[in-house]
Write a protein that binds this ligand. Structure first.
Ligand code: FES
Ligand SMILES: [Fe+2]
Length: 444
């Protein structure tokens, strides 16, 4: 364990106090909670709008729908990207209906108004018939904040938004070594899940469930909580770091060799026979081997990663609803967004991004082997297709929890120390929404 990356829970700055607010059940199903979250949280934070790789040429656009609203992001002539609400300023018709496309002008399907890439109205039928004069050249789509970081374009609907890089702190610095901007999205799966978006947040804000829902991970990831680093930042973002290529200290005999660790040792030119009954020493040896052999094998990003990043799992949750899980091989985006109208459903996105490695044309992802290329979005029906094997395990309990949280027998949660990020998340949400305690029985 190095001090640099395993600060544990001792560093007070990253271990803020919590009050112990009850995590009330109705926040997971009341429409008044959903309305407050939209008004005070989702319309105020930065969101990943999509991939810069989908915006190569001027006029290329992508859209992202968020609750009842929708945003379009368009590549400009000068190479920048700008974002606008995806609603016609004439009478409100939604302008773009697909995930991506490319147009010189955006044309409204209702009365035919046409907008340029920069949002300026260029054509209106009977333009002379407006009391204020011809609106062309003067009227504009409603623009919102837009910025880029990593391989992503981001948007924020708040006029007074904190600049993206400031809002992301300290992630930009901590993640710089991974060279995320060079990575390709090889998996893009979307699914409507029958649970509130916060049930998925809670799941990603704790590792207490690893031994029960993901017991197989113990052979390769040290999920023992006293050996895990938890950090909570002033921004509301947080991270958890667990050692990889290292059996769990929860196991009866952590030094017993495990098949996945053997595979990793062999892959990096090491002999498992040298680690019999010393499996916990494999992690360091693999770090050194990756450092030595990585560049010549085409793993150019290893040069800028720390030793810990070469084996360990850095699991970030951005306030309020986006998880970024960094592994040595790539990273996952695991995002839950509220359903537009039903608080008992959410939209779940699972992306996997991987770096270019010389000579590589296929890669192993959470759903299996796929070509190393920009993936098309796959929208799947809950229960009918995989969302990735670990995500499937997580989602398998989400529906049952959604039901149980309606019960009069649920009384606001009993939260362990290692689940503190859940407690803090809900307290930040209570404060942002201005809701403290149970809602009146007739709130909805
Ligand atoms: S609503 Fe778009 S042109 Fe009328
Ligand atoms: Fe999980």
């Amino acid at each position: 364990m190095t001090k640099e990356h395993f600060l544990g829970r001792t560093l007070e700055a990253f271990d803020p106090p919590v009050r112990g607010d009850a995590i009330t059940g109705e926040r997971y199903y009341a429409k008044s909670w959903a309305r407050a979250e939209w008004r005070h949280v989702f319309s105020k934070v930065w969101h990943i709008g999509g991939m810069l790789a989908d915006l190569e040429e001027p006029g290329d656009w992508i859209t992202h729908n968020l609750m009842r609203d929708s945003v379009m992001m368009i590549r400009q002539e000068d190479g920048s990207v700008r974002a606008f609400f995806n609603a016609c300023i004439h009478r409100g018709n939604r302008l773009l209906w697909s995930d991506m496309g490319s147009n010189e002008r955006i044309t409204c399907s209702y009365h035919g108004w046409q907008f340029g890439k920069d949002g300026t109205l260029l054509f209106a039928q009977d333009a002379e018939d407006f009391p204020g004069g011809n609106p062309c050249g003067k009227a504009h789509l409603t623009e919102i904040a837009c910025a880029t970081w990593g391989p992503f374009v981001w948007f924020n609907m708040d006029k007074d938004a904190t600049p993206l890089h400031e809002w992301l702190a300290p992630l930009t610095e901590q993640l710089a070594g991974y060279q995320m901007e060079t990575m390709t999205r090889v998996l893009d799966v979307r699914c409507e899940i029958p649970c509130n978006w916060k049930i998925i947040r809670d799941n990603f804000n704790e590792s207490y469930h690893l031994p029960t829902l993901h017991p197989e991970l113990a052979s390769f990831i040290d999920d023992e909580y006293t050996d895990t680093s938890f950090e909570m930042y002033p921004s509301g973002h947080n991270r958890m770091v667990q050692k990889g290529c290292h059996p769990s200290k929860r196991l009866d005999y952590p030094d017993a060799m495990q098949p996945l660790i053997e595979d990793n040792l062999r892959e990096w030119g090491l002999d498992p026979a040298d680690f019999v009954d010393k499996a916990t020493e494999a992690r360091r040896a693999i770090q050194l081997a990756k450092r030595r052999l990585g560049p010549e094998r085409g793993f150019r990003h290893f040069d800028t990663m720390t030793d810990s990043q070469l084996t360990d799992y850095y699991h970030y949750t951005l306030w309020p609803n986006t998880t970024i899980t960094m592994s040595p091989d790539g990273f996952q985006i695991l995002r839950s967004e509220p359903h537009p109208t039903d608080p008992e459903k959410c939209i779940f996105d699972h992306w996997y991004l991987m770096p270019p490695v010389d000579g590589r044309n296929e890669v192993v992802t959470p759903v299996g082997v796929v070509p190393f290329e920009h993936a098309e979005r796959e929208v799947v029906i809950y229960g009918e297709a995989t969302l990735g094997y670990v995500a499937d395990q997580d989602m398998s309990v989400a529906v049952g929890q959604q039901q149980g949280l309606h019960s009069m027998g649920y009384r606001g949660g009993i939260i362990s120390g290692q689940e503190k990020r859940i407690q803090r998340f809900h307290e930040l949400l209570n404060d942002a929404c201005g809701i403290h305690g149970a809602l009146p029985a007739d709130a909805d």
